[in-house]
Design a protein. Structure first.
Length: 198
C-alpha cells in the first residue's frame, strides 16, 4: 500500500508518502481491528516532522521532496537524499472521464507495525493505531496508461518485505478531503490489552 497525503498540522502544511505491506500477525487479537500492516518506510516534506516521527514515535521516516496533485489525473512524485524515488501518475482521459468503481464515505482503522530497532527482540515489537475517513473514490489502475515507478536507493525499506513482494498496482483510492489520526507508538503487549472503538 502506497499512501500519499497533503495535510496541515497546527497551521503547517506538509506532504507525506508511506509504503506499507499487509501482514498476518498472531500477536494481535483477531478481529479487534480490521487490518494489520507493516510500515516499511515513510517520508515527510518537512524535515522537522520526519525527525519527530523517528525520535518520538519510532517510525521509519525520512525527509524528501514530495509533490502531490490529488485531483484527476492524480500525480505523485518523491525524491529523497538517500536516492529513493517514486512516481505515480494517473493517465489523463482525453475522450471520457474515468468512471469510479465506487464513490462513498469510508473509514479505515488498523494497526501499523514499525521496524524494530537494531538488536531489539521480537517481544519488543511496536505498533501504532491509525484512522482514516472521508469521501472516497476508487478507480481501477490501468497498467497500459497509468504509471508507477519506484526506486529504493539506500533507504531502509530496500531491506524490508516490500523489496520481495513483487508489488503490482491494483487501484487508485482518492480522498479529496479526509480526516487522519494516529496514536502514539505502543508495544504490542500494550495494544493487546486495549479496547479500541471504531
Amino acid at each position: 500500500m502506497i499512501v500519499a497525503a497533503e495535510a496541515r498540522f497546527y497551521g503547517v502544511q506538509f506532504r507525506e508518502v508511506s509504503i506499507s505491506v499487509s501482514v498476518s500477525s498472531q500477536s494481535l487479537r483477531a478481529g479487534q481491528l480490521g487490518e494489520t500492516w507493516f510500515l516499511a518506510q515513510a517520508w515527510s516534506s518537512v524535515r522537522a516532522f520526519a525527525w519527530v516521527e523517528r525520535t518520538m514515535f519510532s517510525t521509519p521516516y525520512e525527509h524528501a521532496l514530495i509533490s502531490l496533485d490529488p485531483l484527476q489525473p492524480v500525480k505523485i512524485t518523491l525524491a529523497s537524499a538517500t536516492g529513493a524515488e517514486l512516481r505515480a501518475t494517473m493517465a489523463p482521459q482525453t475522450s471520457t472521464a474515468r468512471s469510479a468503481k465506487s464513490d462513498a464515505d469510508e473509514e479505515w482503522l488498523g494497526y501499523l507495525l514499525v521496524p524494530n530497532r537494531v538488536g531489539a527482540s521480537a517481544q519488543r515489537q511496536q505498533a501504532f493505531i491509525a484512522r482514516l475517513r472521508g469521501r472516497t473514490q476508487r478507480f481501477a489502475f490501468d497498467p497500459q496508461q497509468d504509471e508507477l515507478r519506484i526506486s529504493a536507493g539506500t533507504s531502509t525499506w530496500a531491506r524490508s518485505p516490500f523489496a520481495d513482494c513483487d508489488f503490482v498496482a491494483d487501484e487508485w483510492v482518492i480522498r479529496g478531503d479526509g480526516f487522519h489520526a494516529k496514536s502514539r507508538t505502543y508495544r504490542l503487549t500494550e495494544i493487546e490489552q486495549m479496547t479500541v472503538s471504531p
